[in-house]
Design a binder for this molecule. Structure first.
Ligand code: LLP
Length: 423
């Protein structure tokens, strides 16, 4: 979706310098075609290849109303992790039965909301959550379809903050206490027990931990069958498929999905039992590369014999990932997109924080004040983790498709920021 023409960067057919002029910077820009093609890839290798499979897009990666609509239009389900994400989905007209709810400390009111709306699945993550769900269902005369998120106890390779499947984690129910929870769920008249969920980590490039988790799931399914005579109806394999930020080699979704499906299908065929539904929950791999951020270059500081700092009009407030995870990005001067890259610079933000660096070392064309700088692959966990630190405003979001652009989130105004403050 990224191209250059006449020394200018184009994204899904739109001139990014024109976009910066039209809407101002910083600006998040998303290619709708890129998002659609990621979902198409999953249809091809997963939902249309195997029956009784679903994709529940992980809303935490990027989820304004327009994204909720796009996810629905593409025929996908959605995974939410808070009352706010749930509310967004409902406001966008997302069918309640296609919403799944994760989270390690769901609040009473959040669960009430979910049960009231009649959402598709609640993924129970906590030892007393089932009691709360039962209490609410009893009061409202409803039943809830649930899965248990387990900690498979496998180690995956990624930044420690985004590794979630290991035993020492706040996420998931430990395997040594899962059987009593399962029994409770099977016995409850308010609970429709579907199965097991795991999510081993994020930004992964090998499928080892997913495959290990599948083995643990199969063993658990067997134990549940032997002990309670119960066949699980569903397995949720989580997300975590890695994307390209700088020079990582992105693997096709089938690299993760195919071997897991093969193992699951073969196991159930051999056992002569109906295979459970299979669900995946990708977030990053759908939107990361579909998003870029446009900035305007301001002050340039050349420290003799040390380095050149090129400051842009955003920073850790619109992309916390470099400061939080030492995440790496690349970018280009959008109005000098075809010029020779002659300088190594540090791209810094405008926040009062030395760690507010977006890119530590990057080769770019000669930078000047007023140039438009584009950072690539900012579509996942940029906008959703944005903050008002230093009372910087959160940028707007524009969707582009085949040369057309439309605003889907207006840039925040100073008044929007002060809306809830009382003098
Ligand atoms: N399902 C569950 C239960 C999860 O916890 C997550 C991510 C996902 C699905 C989606 O994983 P993905 O496909 O996006 O890797 N803020 C961090 C990422 C945190 C991910 C947390 N859980 C970052 O910016 O890297």
């Amino acid at each position: 979706m990224i191209k250059t023409k006449n020394n200018t960067l184009f994204f899904d057919g739109c001139d990014t310098v024109e976009l910066a002029k039209k809407y101002g910077t910083p600006l998040y820009v998303y290619s709708e075609n890129d998002i659609i093609s990621r979902f198409d890839e999953l249809k091809e290798c997963f939902t249309e290849k195997y029956e009784r499979t679903r994709v529940a897009y992980a809303a935490k990666a990027f989820f304004p109303l327009a994204m909720a609509k796009l996810v629905d239009d593409c025929g996908m389900c959605v995974d939410v992790v808070s009352g706010g994400e749930l509310y967004t989905a409902i406001k966008a007209g997302f069918p309640a039965e296609k919403i799944e709810f994760n989270g390690n400390n769901k609040q009473y009111e959040e669960l009430e909301m979910a049960i009231e709306y009649g959402i598709g699945r609640i993924i129970v993550d906590g030892l007393t959550e089932l009691d709360i769900i039962e209490e609410i269902c009893k009061e409202k005369g409803k039943t809830a379809k649930i899965l248990f998120r387990v900690t498979p106890g496998v180690q995956s390779t990624s930044h420690d903050y985004i590794v979630t499947g290991k035993k020492d984690s706040k996420f998931g129910i430990p395997l040594d206490v899962i059987m009593e929870q399962v029994k409770k769920a099977i016995d409850s008249e308010y609970i429709d027990f579907y199965g097991i969920h795991f999510h081993v980590g994020s930004q992964l490039f090998d499928n080892d931990s997913h495959l290990q988790a599948v083995e643990i799931f199969l063993k658990l399914a067997e134990n549940i069958k032997n002990e309670f005579g119960y066949d699980l109806k569903e397995i949720n394999l989580g997300g975590g498929f890695g994307v390209k930020y700088v020079d990582e080699e992105r693997k096709p979704a089938s690299y993760f999905i195919e071997p897991m499906m093969e193992r699951i299908v073969n196991y159930y065929e051999a056992a002569g039992i109906t295979r459970p539904n299979v669900v995946i929950e990708p977030g990053r791999s759908i939107v990361a590369e579909a998003g870029i951020t446009l900035y305007t270059i301001g002050q340039i500081k050349d420290i003799k014999d040390i380095r050149k700092y090129v400051s842009v009009d955003g920073g850790m407030t619109d992309n916390i990932r470099p400061a939080l995870y030492q995440a790496e990005y690349t970018g280009v001067i959008a109005n000098k997109a075809e010029e020779e890259k002659t300088e190594t610079v540090r791209i810094s933000g405008k926040c009062c924080e030395s760690g507010d660096i977006l890119i530590r070392d990057l080769q770019i064309a000669h930078p000047e004040r007023g140039d438009i700088f584009a950072i690539f692959s900012t579509g996942a966990y940029g906008y959703t983790m944005a903050s008002n630190y230093n009372k910087n405003r959160i940028p707007g979001v524009v969707f582009v498709k085949d040369g057309a652009d439309r605003v889907v989130v207006k840039p925040q105004s100073y008044d929007d920021m002060l809306m809830n403050e009382i003098l």
